[in-house]
Design a protein. Structure first.
Length: 608
C-alpha cells in the first residue's frame, strides 16, 4: 500500500533526506558550502550524542548491556521505579530535541542516514510516552516482567568467579525489582489498564513453572550449572546459588504471583482488545505506526490480510492436488497433523532435525549473498516453563562477537511440530533469515553502535519471512508436504493481519480469532490459542511480518523490472541488509538509490 503523499513529504523532511529546493539564481558556492571545520564539528557532535545515548542505555538497561556484550554493569538490574522511568523519559525527549537540532546540511550521507534513524528511534520512544496506561501492561506471553530474569539467566556469562558473583548480586537485587514492577501494575489498575485474563493466566503459569521444588531446576539457577570456575569452588557457588534461588528469587516471585492472582485477576478484562481500554484506539494507531512504520489504517491492513490469505489458499489447493490427496483442503490439513510419520518422537529428535536442515542450507548461502557474516549460530531448546504453546524465536550474537546467535526451538512441543514445517522455520529463524540478517548487522562495525543493534520488527521479521521464499533456491521444499509447510507459514502471517486488526479495531472476540487462525492455517489449536493470546499481549507486532515481506517483494520486483539482465539477487540482498534495520520508507529510498546506481554499473563487476 502506498504512503499518502503528504506524509511522504513529512517523513522525508523529518529524516533530512529531501533534496534542496531549486532556486532561480544559484548562490555562490562559498556562501553556502560548509567549511571543513564546521562539518567536522557537526560530525563529532552527532557521534558524541550517539555515544552518550548508548552509554545511558547501558546504565539504564544493564540487562540488555550484558546481552550485547557490555559487562560493566553485569551485577545490576534496571531501575523501574517511578523516578527511574521518568528520568529515562526525560532523556529521550532531550535527545530527540538535540538530534533534530543538528544541521543535516553539514553532514555527509552516512551521517545524515544515522541522524535520521536516531531521530526516528526517539520519535518512537517519545510518542509512546503519551499513553501511560498502555505502558503499565508489562506482562506478556513470550516474555515480560514475570520471566525477564529467567530469560536473562540463559544469556549471562559465568566464565569466572567475578561473573558468578555478579549473578548472585543480581539475584539479591531481584526482590526490589519485583516491588518496582508491582508498583507499575498497581498504577495500571488505577488507570483502568489491566492485563487481559488470557494473557494473565499465561503469566501466572510461567511464574508457577519457575517455582520448581528442586532449586537446582529453576531457570535462574541455570548459570550455576554451566559456570566455568575451578573445581575447588564450584560446589561452594552452587550451594550459594541454590540458597539465593530459595531465599531471594522464590519469595519475590511468590509475591508477584499473589498480586497477579489477588489484585489483577478480579479486574482483568475478558477480551484484551485495545478498543476496550480508555483511549485504546489511539494506542493501536500508534502501535501500527511503530511496528509497520507506515501510516496505515487497521481496516486497510485487514483487507490486505484477507487478500493474501485467499492467494495463499489457492496455492495450498495446488499442493494438495500434487500430493494426490482425495479430499478437501480441511481434510488434507487434518491428515498432515494426524499421521504419526509426520512427527518426531522426542524433543531431541526435533532439535537434531533442525540442525540437519541448517547444515544443508549453510553451503548454499553463497547463491544468495555476496558476503556472509562470520558469527556462528546454534539451535537449542526453549525452557520448559514457557509452555508448549510458546513460539520459536531467535537471539542475536553480542556486538563484541563473544556469543553466538541462537535459534530457540520449542522442543517440548515436539508432538505439535510436524516434520514438514521444519524447513521453512529454519529458513526463518536461522539462515537465510534472522541469523543472517541480524549477525550481518552486528558486524557492520563502521556504523554507530545503536544502528548495529537497531530493531525494527517490520524490517527483521519482514526479511525473515521473505527469506523463507528463497528456500527452493537452496534445496528446500522438494516435496508437496514441505511445500505445504512453507505455504502454511506464509498463511500464518497473512492471517495475523486479519486477526490482529480484528481483535483490536474491528470488534472480534478471542474465540473468533482462534477459530479463524485454525481454519486458515490448519495449525495445532494449542499453538494457535497461544498465538492469539500473544496478539492480545503485543498489539500490532504481528502485523510486521507480512507487511515487511510485501514491501521487500515489491522492491525486488521493481529492481528486476528496471534492471532486467543486470539484476543480481546477491547484490540486491546485500543492498537490503547492509545498512542494518530501518523503517520501510527509508528502505524504499535506499533501494531506489541502489537501482539507479546499478543501472550505471558495468555488468561484469563482481563486487557488491
Amino acid at each position: 500500500m502506498p504512503l499518502r503523499p503528504t506524509l511522504v513529504a513529512v517523513l522525508i523532511a523529518s529524516l533530512h533526506l529531501a533534496a534542496p529546493a531549486a532556486t532561480q539564481h544559484a548562490p555562490k558556492p562559498a556562501a553556502v558550502a560548509p567549511t571543513a571545520d564546521a562539518a567536522t564539528k557537526a560530525h563529532q557532535a552527532l557521534h558524541a550524542m550517539f555515544d552518550e545515548a548508548w552509554e545511558a542505555e547501558a546504565r539504564s538497561a544493564p540487562e540488555f548491556a550484558s546481552v550485547r556484550g557490555d559487562l560493566r554493569f553485569n551485577d545490576k538490574l534496571a531501575d523501574h521505579s517511578e523516578a527511574g522511568l521518568a528520568a529515562r523519559d526525560a532523556l529521550a525527549r532531550d535527545l530527540l530535541v538535540r538530534a533534530r537540532a543538528v544541521d543535516a546540511s553539514l553532514l555527509n550521507d552516512a551521517d545524515r542516514l544515522s541522524q535520521a534513524l536516531f531521530v526516528h528511534r526517539y520519535q518512537q520512544e517519545v510518542a509512546m510516552q503519551a499513553y501511560p496506561g498502555w505502558r503499565t501492561l508489562t506482562l506478556g506471553t513470550l516474555g515480560g516482567a514475570q520471566s525477564a530474569l529467567a530469560g536473562l539467566a540463559r544469556n549471562v556469562p559465568v566464565n569466572n568467579e567475578t561473573q558468578v558473583k555478579q549473578w548472585l548480586t543480581r539475584l539479591a537485587a531481584y526482590p526490589a525489582r519485583v516491588d518496582q514492577e508491582i508498583a507499575i501494575l498497581r498504577r495500571g489498575l488505577a488507570l483502568g489498564w489491566v492485563t487481559s485474563k488470557p494473557v494473565l493466566a499465561r503469566a501466572i503459569a510461567q511464574i508457577e513453572g519457575q517455582l520448581t521444588e528442586d532449586a537446582s531446576k529453576s531457570p535462574v539457577y541455570e548459570p550455576f550449572a554451566r559456570m566455568t570456575v575451578d573445581a575447588s569452588v564450584k560446589a561452594h557457588y552452587q550451594a550459594l546459588g541454590q540458597t539465593a534461588v530459595r531465599e531471594q528469587f522464590y519469595p519475590a516471585q511468590r509475591k508477584l504471583l499473589a498480586v497477579l492472582k489477588e489484585e489483577l485477576a478480579p479486574k482483568a478484562p475478558d477480551s484484551g482488545s485495545l478498543s476496550s481500554y480508555p483511549g485504546g484506539d489511539k494506542v493501536y494507531e500508534a502501535l501500527i505506526l511503530r511496528h509497520v512504520t507506515l501510516p496505515l489504517a487497521a481496516g486497510d491492513i485487514h483487507t490486505t490480510g484477507l487478500r493474501e490469505a485467499a492467494r495463499i489458499r489457492a496455492e495450498m489447493e495446488k499442493v494438495k492436488a500434487e500430493a494426490g490427496f482425495d479430499g478437501d483442503l480441511a481434510a488434507f490439513k487434518k491428515f498432515l497433523y494426524s499421521d504419526p510419520k509426520f512427527f518426531n518422537q522426542s524433543g531431541e529428535e526435533l532439535l537434531d532435525g533442525y540442525r540437519t536442515i541448517a547444515k544443508r542450507i549453510d553451503p548454499e548461502l553463497p547463491k544468495l549473498f555476496a558476503q556472509l557474516p562470520r558469527s556462528p549460530y546454534g539451535i537449542r531448546g526453549m525452557p520448559a516453563y514457557m509452555g508448549e504453546g510458546a513460539a520459536d524465536n531467535y537471539n542475536g550474537p553480542a556486538l563484541d562477537g563473544t556469543t553466538a546467535g541462537w535459534f530457540n526451538a520449542n522442543a517440548i512441543a515436539f508432538k505439535r511440530r510436524p516434520k514438514w514445517a521444519m524447513e521453512t522455520l529454519v529458513a526463518h529463524e536461522a539462515v537465510p533469515g534472522h541469523h543472517l540478517q541480524i549477525s550481518r548487522q552486528v558486524e557492520l562495525g563502521e556504523l554507530p553502535n545503536f544502528r548495529r543493534q537497531a530493531q525494527y520488527s517490520v524490517f527483521s521479521e519482514g526479511w525473515a519471512l521473505y527469506a523463507e521464499t528463497l528456500g527452493p533456491q537452496i534445496g528446500l521444499y522438494r516435496d508437496p508436504y514441505t511445500r505445504f509447510g512453507h505455504l502454511q507459514a506464509q498463511m500464518f502471517r497473512a492471517a495475523r493481519l486479519v486477526v490482529d486488526t480484528g481483535l483490536h479495531a474491528l470488534g472480534w472476540n478471542r474465540d473468533k480469532a482462534i477459530a479463524y487462525m485454525i481454519e486458515q492455517t490448519g495449525h495445532d489449536p494449542v499453538f494457535m490459542t497461544a498465538e492469539v493470546d500473544r496478539y492480545l499481549a503485543q498489539p500490532g507486532q504481528a502485523l510486521s511480518y507480512m507487511m515487511g515481506e510485501l514491501k521487500i517483494k515489491e522492491l525486488r520486483a521493481r529492481a528486476e523490472g528496471q534492471l532486467g539482465s543486470k539484476f543480481d539477487q546477491r547484490r540486491f540482498h546485500m543492498a537490503v541488509i547492509d545498512q542494518g534495520a530501518m523503517p520501510l520508507p527509508l528502505l524504499e529510498q535506499r533501494i531506489n538509490a541502489w537501482i539507479a546506481s546499478e543501472k550505471t554499473r558495468p555488468q561484469q563487476d563482481p563486487k557488491p
